[in-house]
Design a protein around this ligand. Sequence first.
Ligand code: NMX
Ligand code: MLT
Length: 424
Amino acid sequence: MLLKDKLAAQIPGLREDISNFIKAHGDKEISKVTVAQAYGGMRGVKGMVCDTSEVPPDKGLIIRELPIGDIAEKLPEEIFFLLCTGELPNKAELADLQKEFAARCEVPAYVWKVLEAMPKDSHPMAMLDTAILVMEKESKFRAGYDKGMKKTEYWEPMLEDSLDILAKLPNIAAGMYRMRFNKGPRIAPKKDLDWGANYAHMLGLADPKGTLADLMRLYLTLHSDHEGGNVSAHACHCVASALSDAYYAVSAGLNGLAGPLHGLANQECLAWVLETHKKFGGVPSDEDLRKFAWDTLKSGKVIPGYGHAVLRITDPRFTAFLAFGKKHMSDDPIFTIVRKVFEIVPGVLTEQGKAKDPWPNVDAGSGALLYHYGMTEFPYYTVLFSVSRAMGMCSQMVVSRAMGYPIERPKSLPTKVIKKMVGA
Ligand code: NMX
Ligand code: MLT
């Protein structure tokens, strides 16, 4: 496998580089922690390493030094290769990775049985995370660990498990969509389609203009990674650091993505947009929208899709979705509301003065695009995010195992000790 060959060639040099770096500079300080940060979700504390991507507050997502806006049209498979190795694949490497995905995409029959046995009103995220967890018995990492493999070999079965999970995810996610929302029998994958096009095909949505595969590729590329400290990446990394295998760790990470302050915001955001459409009988006026936004804030709720823990600009991923919408659905009323919200809400949040970032994040526009293609089942939206984000989580785990990073275990303190430390 060419991806594995490339990693095998890179890893010894990377290990040596990090080991020398720690030896030479290990005692230097890169961050301080204030009392407010300890109580405030560790915002801004630089205490983790993530080499797959970085999110500078004034630039947004950069994958291995390539800004997301410059690579938004790449295939998601190319992005996975980039995340893992730091290089975009050449033609042969891409074809080889796609061959791996095609060869591994079959979903074990027991997964469908477990999903069918779940309550009919289960949240699609609970179904997805269960499907991944129930496949844990397939883990090549655990099998290798049980046989006593060497620490330097850990990354290899981690990559194998990652590819197995990623190859199956679109099939599981599409099959689940059809099962959960009574769309008819599952649609078999087509082995000659790329990862995103196959997912679009298996969902079985009407696609008269033949552009759904383009949206799906864009969607999967834009959501792929967002450095190491977001809830899902951090949860996944922490679980995997105990040498739990990729099935445990990805499932854990996605359980975090299912929260409304994280990935579930895309479902909440479209619901908010549709509520304005219903309440005002169409596209609301600027004044109606401003008032609606204020009413949301006054009722103690957040405006979903706006604000960010790190970003301080309009999320370039939102910008890329907006460009897709302008090209393919500029007269769609729901998309028109999304554009209007972008004109009004940053001003409202700025006036309120609480949110540090009044700008849209990735979740502010993605749902309206899916809605346009007839995917009206909001609870499913975070599943799409998950299929994509699994690439970031898996690549981060492969790198962590390759570098031999230790179990994550920061120190916590009781309030009385912190008070004593600062003389309060
Ligand atoms: N609407 C209303 N209030 C907000 C918003 C918003 N969109 N964003 C931040 N605030 C509030 C926040 O709740 C906090 O209030 P309080 O002091 O009463 O607790 C205050 O502003 C300061 O928060 P920040 O430091 O700006 O934001 P923080 O880093 O804590 O949280 C988010 C970041 C993303 C959780 C927050 O902006 C938010 O809740 N946004 C809406 C939900 C959302 O869109 N989440 C998706 C994030 C992207 N993703 O896909 O994961
Ligand atoms: C993400 O893509 O993970 C979100 O924007 C949240 C984050 O980075 O904190």
